[in-house]
Design a protein around this ligand. Structure first.
Ligand code: PRP
Ligand code: MN
Ligand code: MG
Length: 180
């Protein structure tokens, strides 16, 4: 465990086991279909990479980059598209892949934006759900873990762009993000 982390919330092994279960669930529910997984850059990258290896129906992937946080720990509610999809999603079965759903602003914006492109369906797969901070109601179809309102980093999740490479999800020490 690195010095900036106070406590490991989810170990590498716990994450791997749960990701495998999510992949198996998606495989069952998409039998006969060919879903397109849309990863939300950059936080979803490790989750996306592990999840697709656990899905055994044919699938494709694409990415969108949106940002709502910048270097702050507070969500602004303002969502910007930094990179759009490469592909057309009309009549496709879409699974949005997210590392965490916090206020829900990012996902709400994405669902509305993608719905306007007339896909066959949209479902949501997130590794972490932090319901205590939710500002907008959302349906989550595949959820890895429900977590308490702590500042978590690792496995894609950053603070000021750091810690995404940690293989576990840890709680960041307060002193790292709070200026005295
Ligand atoms: C984080 C996280 C989710 C979003 C969740 O992304 O990866 O995408 O915030 O927050 P919300 O539910 O309050 O909208 P961020 O905007 O920090 O970009 P990043 O993925 O590049 O870190
Ligand atoms: Mn993100
Ligand atoms: Mg971030």
């Amino acid at each position: 465990m690195i010095r900036d982390v106070q406590e490991i919330l989810l170990s590498k092994e716990q994450i791997q086991e749960r990701v495998k279960e999510l992949g198996e669930q998606i495989t069952k529910e998409y039998a006969g279909k060919e879903p397109m997984l849309i990863g939300v850059l950059k936080g979803s990258v490790p989750f996306m990479a592990d999840l697709i290896k656990e899905i055994s129906v044919p699938c494709t992937i694409d990415f969108m980059a949106v940002s709502s946080y910048g270097a702050s720990t507070q969500s602004s509610g303002i969502v910007r598209i930094l990179k759009d999809l490469d592909s057309n999603i009309k009549n496709k079965d879409i699974i949005i892949v997210e590392d965490i759903i916090d206020t829900g602003y990012t996902l709400k914006y994405l669902i509305e934006n993608l719905m306007s492109r007339k896909p066959a369906s949209i479902k949501v797969c997130c590794l972490l759900d932090k319901p205590d901070r939710r500002k907008v109601a959302l349906d989550i179809n595949y959820r890895g873990f429900t977590i308490p309102d702590a500042f978590v980093v690792g496995y894609g999740l950053d603070y000021a762009e750091k810690y995404r490479n940690l293989p576990y999800i840890g709680i960041l020490k307060r002193e790292v993000y709070q200026t005295p």
